[in-house]
Design a protein around this ligand. Structure first.
Ligand code: MG
Length: 407
């Protein structure tokens, strides 16, 4: 489409740049939405992939926070993706992105990093319209009847005529000089929620390109479910997968140490010897979860030879494992733990240990099982020289891209 338009018009168009704004710090869903996993892959990577598949886009300016640049910048940057640091609000981030646009670009598309379901067709249609008329954005007609509410008490003041309202999406596309002029005319505008309103205020006409309801912005938790379903439809191999992970740990019981089990400190004359607090229950359960998610083992996350982890509380290890699981798009569905200890007697501590596991792993009551057994006096455990633990974790990976699996 765009290239046909270019051929009609002859030369003149030399390149389109895409500014992808992913500098939001919104923590409504626990982390910035552009990094929420969809099908085991961060949202922003789905977004970038679509733009990378369009050869007419000669460069992508990815605007992120300094923290995200430190964490993801090196991985995401490439020949076509330039990473720049964003500002305090969306408009400031767009400005900084625009400053990085190369002088050859005639058209600039500004896109939300949290809109991973945009399509090649939507992007090219918006670019083409911007090429023809100067400024264009994809939008869909509003589906629900709108109500204007004027008071905090939620009284409706009027009902606008629905047919004249559209929901604006991105990429919003502009001839370079038009966006430049709008950004220059309103340098202090911090509140604008899209660039188009600055372009409109600057006196330019902006044209709507009818788009698709699938081009949603990931904003609330249910959007993740919807986005995964839509991605599953597009990539037929994307489906949830259930996996099991197994973990085992054993520590020597020695005098002069605190005894920690399942994140609870037990009164006892001895404690478990270890680089950390020696909590065999938490270590076995961490290994089970990591194993089920295909993420290795705690020895890799917290190498025992690394002095900075010396004496670390095992609850911190659990927190790190939960973060890794979440990044992988995994959910811990069930944890089954069997503790082997001759002494101390576990029974008086059983309830607090079980509650501790439930809370450390963020599980519902029914998704956690703890069993404690003696070792019938047999072997090192039976002699009270060691405590051991087995754990089995059931992990649901919310979506796994089978179609992209390397065979
Ligand atoms: Mg251990």
């Amino acid at each position: 489409m765009l290239q046909e338009a270019l051929r009609k018009e002859g030369a003149g168009w030399t390149g389109a740049s895409a500014i992808i704004v992913a500098a939001g710090t919104g923590t409504r869903m626990g982390r910035p939405k552009q990094f929420l996993p969809l099908g085991g892959r961060p949202t922003i990577e789905w977004t970038l992939q679509i733009f990378l598949e369009i050869p007419e886009i000669s460069e992508i300016i990815l605007v992120m926070t300094a923290d995200n640049i430190r964490e993801h910048g090196a991985r995401l940057a490439s020949e076509r993706i330039r990473v720049v640091e964003g500002g305090e609000n969306r408009m400031e981030s767009v400005r900084r992105g625009f400053e990085a646009v190369s002088p050859e670009a005639d058209l600039v598309a500004v896109h939300d990093g949290a809109r991973p379901l945009v399509t090649r067709e939507i992007i090219l249609a918006a670019l083409e319209e911007a090429y023809q008329s100067g400024a264009a954005l994809p939008a869909v007609p509003v589906k629900d009847t709108l109500k204007k509410v004027a008071s905090k008490q939620l009284w409706i003041s009027s009902t606008p005529i629905r047919s004249s309202y559209w929901s604006a999406q991105t990429p919003q596309c502009y001839r370079r000089e038009i966006l430049e002029e709008a950004l220059r005319m309103f340098p202090d505008d911090k509140k604008a929620t899209d660039e188009s309103q600055l372009v409109e205020r600057a006196g330019h006409q902006v044209r709507i390109v009818p788009s698709s309801n699938e081009n949603i912005k990931i904003t609330t938790p249910e959007d993740v479910t919807i986005a995964e379903a839509l991605l599953a439809k597009r990539h037929l191999g994307l489906r949830p997968e259930i996996r099991s992970g197994f973990g085992f740990d054993i520590h020597r019981l020695v005098a002069g140490r605190e005894l920690w089990l399942a994140g609870v400190r037990l009164e006892h004359t001895k404690g478990l010897l270890g680089h950390s607090d020696g909590d065999a229950v938490l270590h076995a359960s961490c290994d089970a979860v990591l194993g089920g998610a295909g993420l290795g083992e705690i020895g890799l996350l917290f190498p025992p030879e690394d002095p900075k982890f010396k004496g670390i509380a095992s609850r911190e290890i659990v927190a790190a494992v939960r973060r890794r699981l979440d990044e992988r798009g995994g959910i811990l569905a069930h944890l089954d733990v069997t503790l082997l200890a001759e002494e101390p007697k576990i029974k008086p501590h059983y309830d607090s240990m079980r509650q501790s596991l439930i809370s450390l792993w963020g599980l519902e009551e029914t998704r956690m099982s703890l069993k404690a057994k003696s070792h019938e006096g047999l072997g090192e455990i039976g002699r009270g020289e060691a405590i051991a633990c087995y754990a089995v974790a059931t992990i649901v990976l919310t979506g796994t891209l089978h179609s992209q699996r390397k065979e």
